[in-house]
Design a protein around this ligand. Structure first.
Ligand code: WTA
Length: 657
């Protein structure tokens, strides 16, 4: 165990397993070590080269104009994002290639859409939106389930130079209201409803309620028919998608827009209640999502079947369901429903059925599958898979190993990709044909990207030490600001290391002895035990490395002697049942794995953990429970009954020792 200064994050967990790519994989890989060297030598030249993957109408005159913290990439260049995702592929003779294999939640409800068909539909939708008055520079809100129409709507906006603001289909009327008023959207595209665990739930009803609150600029609501449920109808405002899009012409010329034309706003939660509208633009964003989708997943567009299992309402869905994959003319799978509907093998049935070759998922899903047991995936033929990806949270080494062994047959590279809504695209990730992967490590920045781990003063930490993750150079897909709030943009991301000009990501990280990067979770979640700054991620990973444990969440709760004490909430695997022995065994296991300092004061065995709708554990709420406090805001939870169950189990006594 290494003890670093109390200012820095301790480096506790030592993971020594490595997984180099097979010789066969490395030999055919898209990216080689030479790409890193080339990008290192000439960073802007490297991005210039990557931008040439796209079709530009006017070439740019300057690669980067950097007036910190405001960037413009590919200055003077013009392009159309939708044309890059559709028209140019059809013109290249790829019209018959499948763009979307769509799988509905109800079984046998599927659609196959080629590039030519998708282009046709996007042209109609662009004409339909134009007829509603949508123009370049406007904002359009999209509140839809995982439907092909969602992709069509996004691309139709892009085609018109209007920014979309996709609002996750699980959000409430209040959340819709906040977002459409902040973005000043004039049109909302929604559906009658969507399927969730077998039952149709209403969506338009939430839009109606949001508009009824008043103060929005919404003039039109376009409604996709999905569930056939009854909806309220306002003739002056509401139109059916099938009427307006179905009846529109499929002739539409895509216009060229400036590289910095806003492409979308995506709201992400901040430390205060008000969500931040993260703004992304066109040329730089598309360059980096296109490159990273090709590079990190070793994409072979002619043969791969690529499935990103995120929701399109999150940035992962924007960048790696829609813009990255379609700009690369790849064939994607898009699944509407949950992993356990109608049975817990649904994902693996889809992989088998469509011959999925690349799967991109979140650690929360992987740990859920671990909990359900490996017999389920073992019942399917997963041999088509050749690359696995992870995103959204630190992946515990044991979950990483399980993913590779059970899903990847101990054969596929696993890429742990670190990035954020704000970064727009993958920033830190192994390149599958180059790296000897380490379970739980995102390894190093991709070519063309620069990051550091620094202490509170902005000085880089040494190998074997932990600190704060910063990005030291601007990157093409970087956020261009927070919608309508330049001060908050400066303050949130650029004020902490203003002197050095670093972007502060808000994540803790460490460098191992080789200088490779390990992400340690949000800085707000770091615990301070007797003056040692310990990351929740490392203790959670130690717990998950015990064969009984599927998932763990750890928080620091105030403690009269140590400042904070570690409280762990643990979900057991499969049918394992709790007992006093289990808790003692787990505490000792952590002490053995990372040292006595990290031994949890308390361990609670629970059935579920509180998660945001994108699958991140909400440690803030667990802290409230651990400190016997009244619980904070639970509105962003997927299921708020979870917290009541956990709170009911919590003893009021402080320690078990
Ligand atoms: C976390 C999702 C560790 C991190 C694309 C980041 C990760 C936040 C990883 C952004 C990873 C994402 N390892 N942590 N591979 N990927 N994170 O905006 O805390 O939903 O700051 O974007 O997720 O979440 P967001």
């Amino acid at each position: 165990m290494t003890e670093s200064s109390s200012d820095n994050l301790s480096n506790l967990l030592h993971e020594t397993r490595t997984f180099p790519p097979s010789g066969e994989f490395a030999a055919q890989a898209n990216v080689t070590e030479a790409d890193f060297a080339q990008a290192e030598q000439d960073r802007l030249g490297f991005w210039d080269t990557q931008a040439r993957r796209l079709k530009w109408r006017t070439p740019w005159t300057e690669t980067l104009e950097w007036a910190p913290p405001f960037a413009k990439w590919f200055v003077g260049g013009t392009l159309n994002v939708a044309e890059n995702c559709l028209d140019r592929h059809v013109e290249a003779g790829l019209g018959d290639r499948v763009a979307i294999n769509w799988v509905g939640e109800p079984e046998d409800d599927t659609r196959t859409i080629t590039y030519a068909q998708l282009l046709d539909e996007v042209k109609r939708a662009a004409n339909a939106l134009t007829s509603l008055g949508v123009q370049a520079g406007d904002r359009v809100a999209i509140y839809l389930p995982m439907l092909p129409e969602t992709v069509v709507a996004m691309l139709a906006c892009a085609r018109l130079g209007a920014a979309h603001s996709v609002i996750f289909g699980g959000f409430s009327a209040q959340a819709i209201h906040d977002r459409v008023t902040d973005a000043d959207a004039r049109v909302v595209i929604t559906s009658d409803g969507g399927y969730r665990r077998g039952a149709p739930s209403g969506l338009k009803v939430n839009v109606d309620e949001a508009i009824a609150k008043g103060g929005t600029a919404i003039e039109h609501v376009v409604v996709v028919k999905r569930t056939n449920q009854d909806v309220e109808w306002d003739d002056t405002r509401d139109v059916w998608w099938h009427d307006i899009v179905g009846g529109a012409s499929n002739e539409h010329q895509a216009q060229a827009f400036d590289a910095e034309q806003p492409l979308y706003i995506l709201y992400t939660s901040g430390t205060t209640g008000k969500p931040k509208g993260i703004l992304h633009t066109s040329g730089g964003y598309l360059t980096q999502v296109s490159y990273t989708h090709w590079a990190a997943f070793d994409l072979k567009a002619e043969t791969d079947v690529y499935w990103c299992a995120a929701d399109v309402g999150w940035v992962t869905g924007h960048s790696y369901i829609v813009y990255g994959p379609l700009s690369n003319a790849s064939t994607i799978v898009m699944y509407e429903g949950t992993p356990d509907t109608p049975h817990r093998g649904r994902w693996w049935e889809i992989v088998q059925e469509y011959g999925v070759t690349i799967l991109y998922a979140a650690p929360t899903a992987i740990r859920t599958f671990m909990k359900w047991g490996e017999d389920i995936p073992n019942g399917y033929d997963l041999s088509s898979l050749r690359v696995l990806g992870s995103v959204g949270e630190p992946i515990n080494p044991e979950a990483w190993i399980w993913y590779r062994r059970v899903i990847g047959a101990d054969r596929t590279p696993v890429v742990d990709t670190w990035w954020q809504t704000e970064t727009g695209a993958i920033m830190i990730s192994p390149m599958p044909g180059v790296a000897a992967a380490k379970p739980g490590s995102a390894l190093r920045t991709i070519p063309g990207i620069s990051a550091e781990v620094v202490d509170n003063d902005g000085t880089p930490v040494g190998n074997g030490e932990g600190g704060l993750l910063v990005l030291t150079e601007p990157w093409p897909a970087m956020l261009r600001g927070i919608w309508g709030d330049p001060d908050r943009y400066q303050e949130t991301y650029w004020s902490r290391f203003q002197e050095q000009g670093y972007y502060f990501a808000g994540d803790g990280a460490k460098k191992d002895e080789d200088g490779d990067l390990w992400l340690l979770g949000r800085v707000d979640d770091v615990m301070n035990i007797s003056g040692h700054r310990i990351s929740t991620t490392e203790v959670e990973s130690a717990l998950v490395s015990h064969p009984l444990v599927a998932e763990a969440a750890v928080v620091g709760a105030s403690d009269p002697t140590t400042g904070q004490g570690i409280v762990a909430f643990v979900i057991l695997r499969g049918e394992n049942v709790e007992g006093a022995d289990t808790v003692a065994a787990l505490r000792n296991h952590v002490a053995k794995e990372i040292g006595p300092i990290a031994k949890p004061r308390q361990i609670m065995i629970v059935q579920e953990l509180p998660k945001t709708r994108s699958g991140k554990i909400m440690r803030r709420l667990l802290r409230d429970v651990a400190e016997n406090r009244e619980m904070g805001d639970v509105t962003t939870l997927t299921d708020d009954s979870v917290m009541n169950l956990i709170a009911a189990k919590m003893p009021t006594a402080a320690s078990e020792d």
